[in-house]
Design a protein around this ligand. Structure first.
Ligand SMILES: C[S@@+](CC[C@H](N)C(=O)[O-])C[C@H]1O[C@@H](n2cnc3c(N)ncnc32)[C@H](O)[C@@H]1O
Length: 203
């Protein structure tokens, strides 16, 4: 990784950590929920696609997809269809216009909703690969939704933040000592959950 990219990743991690501290502070002072958008770099998207071995029969779901760049890249590189769920309407609008511009409207769809909306269940179930780049505050709830609604054959990759109490099949260093990509097979997590095994948190 170039020095410039390393600095960029470092800045993004710091931004997310600051946002996380902000969310903890807001728990004491409830206000309108805020979203934090930090796009994943092309380099990290490449690592994700390789780590999950994304291929043309896959349906990739990005939970908290921002402008859908991960999904557009998955289509460009692997011809995998994509579904995005994003709370921020402006990001969804921008992403939809990029999708049309890139002629991917038949391959990638973005949905403005929260991952815990009832309408998200069918989208979670449709995925064969799930990508996450979410604040740790939200990953526990997402992990429960995946255990409940995703297909047992699904692969899940979480960027930077590991999923609490899930045991990764592989950890791909993105920037040594700063960020990783965590690969999980859902079947294994479902079995651990059924056994009451809390697994090990890799973070
Ligand atoms: C760190 S960004 C990652 C963006 C994108 N996945 C990427 O990698 O480029 C996290 C995104 O999750 C979205 N988000 C936060 N809470 C959400 C929720 N409850 N439902 C859907 N999206 C959410 C934020 O608006 C933000 O765009």
């Amino acid at each position: 990784m170039s020095q410039e990219n390393a600095e960029e990743v470092g800045k993004n991690v710091t931004k997310l950590q600051a946002a996380f501290r902000g969310m903890i502070a807001r728990r004491r002072m409830p206000e309108k929920p805020k979203t934090v958008y930090v796009p994943t770099s092309l380099e990290a998207i490449d690592s994700f696609l390789k780590l999950a071995q994304v291929h043309s029969k896959d349906v990739v779901l990005d939970i908290g997809c921002g402008d859908g760049r991960v999904l557009r890249e998955a289509w460009k590189q692997s011809h995998a269809r994509g579904i995005g769920i994003e709370l921020d309407q402006k990001l969804v609008d921008q992403g939809k216009s990029d999708i049309v511009e890139d002629d991917m409207a038949n391959a990638v769809s973005l949905h403005c909703m929260s991952f815990n909306d009832p309408e998200a269940v069918a989208l979670i179930h449709a995925a064969s690969v799930v990508f996450l780049f979410m604040l740790p505050e939200l990953t526990a709830e997402i992990a429960q939704l995946l255990l409940k609604h995703a297909q047992p054959t699904a692969r899940v990759v979480s960027f930077i933040f590991s999923l609490p109490n899930w045991t990764p099949d592989a950890i791909q260093p993105h920037q040594e000592g700063i960020s990783n990509l965590y690969l999980y097979s859902l079947r294994k997590q479902k079995m651990n959950a059924a056994d009451g095994d809390v697994g090990s948190d890799a973070r």
